[in-house]
Design a protein around this ligand. Structure first.
Ligand code: SAH
Ligand code: SF4
Length: 353
């Protein structure tokens, strides 16, 4: 529930009117990780009993956890209907201008159980699509990852960034995502900063336009993968309906409305989308947009193939050459983490295993 929904619900169910500071107390307790109403020691006993009888805090059960020596942890959640999803906690490196001293963390959240887009290089895509996640199933992921941070660092550390880059296509579940982010950004709760949230999409044109009009405010990353139309259609079957021309036009509208830079993500598939022609096409797509390109060498997923051949990770030399070709075209390029590989917690490896 958002703060307003919580206030209205308490108002409707309670016999007497609920003072706003009570709503704030409950909202704040939940944000600070309280798992039961019993813990809310500044509420009257009778209230706590009554609330416990009526409501539940968190509906998703953490049913598994894996820790990678590189600092990444992955949680598996078993949802009320038995669906299984995963969320990842990444230890941020102390680089970049907005990193605060000490370790901070990035939460990577899932928005769907499975994914309907069906990218051939992605483990989640190979699972098929089960359903959209509910708002509470999104906030539950964040809360459980926050528990993990508290457990590790005794309260001295926090999650500083959210990336909506886990399982599923966020722009196909935009209403639930919008509400979850509104809850997380509410200053009466977590007060999470909007500037530190990134949504990654496979490129849903209608969703990008809706984002421009109605938010949620966040950084946007587009998983371009390749700027060769025919190849993109084969690699990302469910995203291919949005032609590259339409997509670019939507991104331009988004940029005009929001003034934001965007990131173009390209997962590099050895020998498939890493040639000189691919680099030229990518650079041409990026031109005219305020965009940087983020290269992600493919994280291995056993059993995935394309055109009858096993997909393979590009060797470092192949990635390096591709990067230089883009830079020669004047494109700003960044490289992406491979962290979490030891626990199948890196990009494209999430399945709920
Ligand atoms: N569905 C959204 C967000 C989740 S996927 C999207 O596609 O953008 C997050 C990123 O992981 C995407 O950029 C995707 O291209 C990339 N990805 C998928 N499978 C991968 C793999 N096996 N190795 C590396 N990156 C992968
Ligand atoms: Fe879905 Fe993103 Fe995986 Fe494609 S890369 S199948 S859009 S989760």
């Amino acid at each position: 529930m958002t703060f307003l929904e919580l206030a209205e619900t308490l108002e409707q169910t309670g016999a007497e009117s609920v003072p706003p500071y009570r709503v704030e107390q409950i909202f704040s307790w939940i944000s600070r990780g309280a798992l039961s109403f019993d813990r809310m020691t500044d509420l009257p006993q009778a209230w706590r009993r009554e609330l416990a009888g009526r409501f539940s805090i968190r509906g998703s059960r953490v049913s598994g956890r894996l820790d990678d020596p590189d600092g990444t942890s992955k949680l598996r959640f078993t949802l009320t209907d038995g669906a299984v999803i995963e969320a990842v906690l990444l230890a941020s490196e102390k680089t970049g201008p907005d990193r605060e001293p000490g370790r901070s963390y990035t939460a990577c959240l899932s928005t769907q159980a499975g994914c309907p887009v069906g990218c051939v290089f992605c483990k989640t895509g190979s699972l098929g699509f089960l359903r959209n996640l509910d708002t509470f199933e999104l906030t539950d992921q964040f809360l459980a990852l926050s528990d993990l941070v508290r457990e590790r660092n005794g309260g001295s550390c926090r999650i500083s960034h959210i990336v909506v880059m886990g399982m599923g296509e966020p722009l196909l579940n935009l209403a639930a995502l919008r509400k979850a982010l509104a809850i997380l950004c509410d200053p009466r709760g977590f007060g999470f900063s909007k500037r530190r949230i990134t949504i990654s999409t496979s490129g849903i044109r209608a969703g990008i336009l809706e984002l421009a009009e109605q938010g949620p405010e966040a950084e946007l990353a587009l998983s371009l993968t390749t700027a060769r139309e025919d190849l993109r259609r084969r690699l990302m079957p469910g995203a291919g309906e949005n032609s590259l021309e339409d997509l670019k036009e939507a991104l331009k509208i988004y940029q005009e409305k929001t003034g934001r830079r965007i990131t173009l993500e390209a997962v590099l598939l050895g020998g498939i989308n890493t040639g000189a022609g691919d680099a030229r096409a990518l650079a041409a797509f990026a031109k005219g947009l305020k965009a940087a390109v983020n290269l992600i060498p493919w994280n291995p997923v056993p059993g995935l193939s394309f055109g009858g051949e096993k997909i393979r990770e590009p060797p470092a030399a192949e990635t390096g050459r591709f990067r230089r070709l883009l830079e020669q075209e004047g494109i700003q390029v960044t490289g992406r983490y491979r962290r979490g590989r030891g626990i199948s917690g890196a990009c494209g490896q999430l399945a709920g295993s």
